[in-house]
Design a protein around this ligand. Sequence first.
Ligand code: MN
Length: 283
Amino acid sequence: MGLAEYKRKRIFHSTPEPSGGGKRGHALFVVQLHHASRRHYDFRLEHAGTLKSWAVPKGPSFDPAVKRMAVQVEDHPLSYAGFEGDIPKGNYGAGHVDVFDSGTWEPVGSVREGLAKGELKFTLHGDVLRGSWVLVRTRKDASKPQWLLIKHRDAYAGPREADDFVDPRSDRPLPLRERRKVWKDMEAAADPPASALPAKDVGKRVAMAEGAFEPELCKVATDPPSGDDWLHEAKWDGYRILATIKGRRVRLWSRNGLEWTHKVPELVDALRSLKLRSAQLDG
Ligand code: MN
């Protein structure tokens, strides 16, 4: 593709984006979070002196069952990999750009053949994106080639999203240290359920474990408790669901600690809209 299309779309005295250049080294990849007219992630792989580029509206998912639309856009110069900042109004892609993740990538087999065939398998070594992935071109007739970005099943697969590494309040990537920490927390969360927050810590600012926790259970009593500290309501029939919230990452648990996140996605969306940074809810 080369950089002709990239250069055609931009007026370089009017945008801080690079006009070209950049050194070749290890094959690098970068993902940028771009708040253009439509929020999207830009997924870029170094190949043959440029960055092959895809716009991924919902961002990469670590769940192998999820296929993320990735629209191939014009190749970008290698120097674009470090680009962060504001593309001024009136320019192509106007809006804020942050580097979301970067690192190196390794193709499985020939990149040229993979791109031609429409099936490119590769491994990512990033701070956020890791392990084995594939880009598959769809047969859809569109002005720009449409691909699907899919995580392969491996140690880095799981029910997590690029958005889990984004600060829900600012909608900007979490600081790098925290993006890395989220991984560590997730690994820890794979261990047996963490216990509930001890009563003495309620109200304190503490980082909460992400695993299932013990629900509050009722006790049989002869009389209802008295005083104004109590609310009484009818008992609704249904399921007891525990929720853990860490930024945009919301997980749901049954009272026995089985994960229910994917069974009630509407509940996940509702909890995510609360924009809580860290919480455990028993409901
Ligand atoms: Mn973009």
